[in-house]
Design a protein around this ligand. Structure first.
Ligand SMILES: CC(C)(COP(=O)(O)OP(=O)(O)OC[C@H]1O[C@@H](n2cnc3c(N)ncnc32)[C@H](O)[C@@H]1OP(=O)(O)O)[C@@H](O)C(=O)NCCC(=O)NCCS
Length: 179
């Protein structure tokens, strides 16, 4: 994690969208169409955040290719390594999407994003956080389980690409400690 010492989580801005779209495409290769992040940023119920570092520090260490062949970064942008979109509705925060740059996986960034979502949700007096996850998505399931999310239900044939069910996972925030 040394190379991520300056990781900062902040609200998503319009100028971030090209990078966020590149991350989304890489994290969800079957998603079509892409999320309209411009709409998400302006939606009242929506919280869009990104995790950024000052530069792509893993650049020199591999011949890794992004699926679109580019990172979405302009010269003067900081380098975005993750994004998430959540919707607050009637005391519940719903995680619509969370993705980490493929080359930056397993560095604790997803956990940091989730902890940020949890502490914001508590601050905004939500009672719970809910999300859908594919039963086959072990990485995400393990991450959510580590944060005490519980499986509370299932949506049949929820994902249109392969008709996979979705597990519904919820974190009860009533007694959540944000420290
Ligand atoms: C799920 C996702 C956000 C996790 O992001 P990440 O930054 O790699 O996760 P972290 O490094 O913070 O991992 C935290 C813990 O989750 C678990 N975990 C994460 N990825 C894992 C994997 N591939 N296999 C097993 N456990 C994993 C581990 O317990 C990990 O802790 P550890 O590395 O100390 O063992 C990332 O894999 C991703 O963007 N996936 C594609 C998009 C997606 O599926 N989003 C979720 C949709 S519901």
């Amino acid at each position: 994690m040394d190379h991520l010492y300056d990781l900062k989580i902040r609200s998503m801005e319009i100028k971030d969208i090209t990078q966020v779209l590149a991350i989304e495409k890489d994290a969800f290769p079957n998603l079509f169409p892409s999320t309209n992040f411009r709409t998400e940023i302006s939606r009242n119920i929506s919280q869009c955040i990104v995790a950024e570092i000052s530069e792509d520090r893993l650049l020199d260490h591999s011949d890794f290719q992004y699926r679109d062949g580019y990172t979405g970064q302009n010269d003067d942008d900081r380098f975005i390594v993750a994004y998430s979109v959540t919707w607050e509705i009637a005391g519940e925060n719903h995680i619509i999407s969370i993705g980490v740059r493929r080359r930056y996986l397993r560095l604790g960034i997803g956990m940091k994003m989730m902890r940020s979502i949890i502490s914001e949700s508590v601050k905004n007096t939500n009672q719970s956080i809910t999300l859908e996850v594919r039963p086959s998505n072990d990485a995400a399931k393990i991450l959510y389980e580590k944060l005490n999310f519980q499986v509370v239900g299932r949506r049949n044939k929820y994902y249109s690409d392969n008709l996979e069910d979705a597990l519904i996972m919820t974190l009860d925030l009533q007694n959540q400690n944000t420290n």
